[in-house]
Design a protein around this ligand. Structure first.
Ligand code: SF4
Ligand code: SF4
Length: 383
């Protein structure tokens, strides 16, 4: 085992291979507050990549309702129960305050003779992709009014492969069939080398590697890399009805304190967090946590920065830079690593600074008269 630095847990940790960061890292932000669980993303991915034989049960992108939704069944609960005390403290890193994870990661908890602590789902675990859909965390009493935080809540969690910096799938493969592209950090399976041992399925805590029984090899999300290479966001991003997603790349986010890059800005503002950072993989999909959910729950899921992230997000209307960036989510199919606010407009730009899209900071509101004199009709659904 090598010693590597994991900024998400604020300390060094053990990993099977030495630290070898890519030149750029594919990264994304998902705003959980905007997801409506329409599953358009799921179907966009399914029809593009996993409509073949042996792929029927594969959902490289899925959207589950928390707290009771999971795909596969209880994927997160099982591992959380296996991990011992998940305590956090504070630490300094080059002048920045970071949260430090005091517990063990899945690499540090690996049983003797194994590289990663994990479990492999059985067929049954994949049989209920919509279990828990729209189930509330508790009874909603008659006449209960909405207040923050809600005592009864649910929210939607969209999930893809996190193209982790320290992937559990890659570490656990005895054949070295999984690799991370040096140019963009996308994690891929070399199907020519894969012999179907399924150690990756066991080693990915997010259960985002799937075994294809027809080909005898493992398969996973490829971040639509042919599109990324053309400067276009992946299928599940451009088809997202709720406009919850933004794709970009990041470079050593922890070393940056000023930037106009989209993902790094989100990171510096601390408005979005990572899914189960305590697992130790340094995942690269950031989540803006739901604002209405009990923070005891979201803090276990997204780490100790939830209260600050929710506060920052709720203050976005008073923070023109943050609200401009949030306004660009879902505004174009192109990757827009840079953006600039100009008056009441925000422009999204490509890597070279060329404007790709322009959106207003505030949507204009049009109120139409109930009776339209021009067409001599009455509208019944006007305010
Ligand atoms: S989410 Fe899972 S499949 Fe994706 S890179 Fe991380 S460990 Fe591998
Ligand atoms: S398409 Fe967007 S809004 Fe619809 S379920 Fe997927 S992530 Fe949520």
């Amino acid at each position: 085992m090598a010693r590597v630095y994991n900024w998400q847990i604020g300390r060094e940790m053990s990993y099977w291979y030495p630290e070898n960061r890519p030149q750029k890292q594919f990264a994304a932000v998902f705003d959980t507050n905007k997801c409506i669980a329409c599953q358009t993303c799921t179907l966009a991915c399914k029809t593009t990549w996993t409509s073949g034989k042996g792929q029927e049960y594969m959902l490289w992108n899925n959207v589950e309702t928390k707290p009771y939704g999971f795909y596969p069944l209880a994927w997160d609960l099982k591992l959380l129960n296996m991990l011992e005390g998940q305590k956090w403290s504070e630490t300094d890193y080059e002048g920045q305050k970071l949260h430090k994870y005091e517990g063990s990661t899945i690499f540090e908890s690996a049983p003797a003779g194994e590289r990663v602590m994990g479990w492999r789902p059985e067929d049954q675990d994949y049989s209920y992709p919509n279990v828990g859909e729209d189930d509330c965390s508790g009874q909603v009493d008659g006449g209960a009014s909405f207040s923050m935080e809600h005592m009864a809540w649910f929210y939607y969690l969209a999930r893809i492969c996190n193209h982790c910096t320290y992937p559990g799938c890659l570490a656990s493969c005895p054949r070295g069939s999984i690799y991370k592209r040096p140019e963009d950090g996308i994690v891929l399976v070399d199907s020519g080398r894969c012999r179907g041992y399924q150690e990756c399925v066991k080693g990915c805590p997010y259960k985002k590697v799937f075994f294809n029984m027809m080909t005898g090899t493992s398969e996973k999300c490829i971040a639509c890399y042919p599109k990324i290479e053309m400067g276009i966001q992946p299928q599940c991003f451009v088809n997202c009805i709720g406009k919850i997603r933004l794709a970009d790349s990041s470079r050593h986010p922890i070393k940056r304190t000023r930037t106009t890059r989209s993902i790094t800005f989100v990171h510096i503002r601390k408005v979005a967090l990572l899914l189960f950072p305590q697992f130790g993989l340094e995942p690269n999909v950031y989540y803006i946590p739901p604002v209405h959910v009990l923070q005891a729950f979201t803090s276990q899921m997204f780490g100790p920065g939830v209260a600050e992230a929710v506060k920052t997000y709720r203050n976005a209307p008073n923070d023109p830079d943050l609200s401009s960036l949030l306004g660009l989510f879902g505004s174009t199919e192109m990757i827009i690593p840079r953006w600039k606010r100009q008056g009441d407009w925000v422009a999204g730009m490509d890597e070279k600074g060329k404007e790709v899209v322009r959106v207003p900071l505030k949507e204009p509101i049009y109120i139409r008269p109930a009776y339209d004199k021009l067409y001599q009709i009455s509208r019944t659904n006007c305010p």
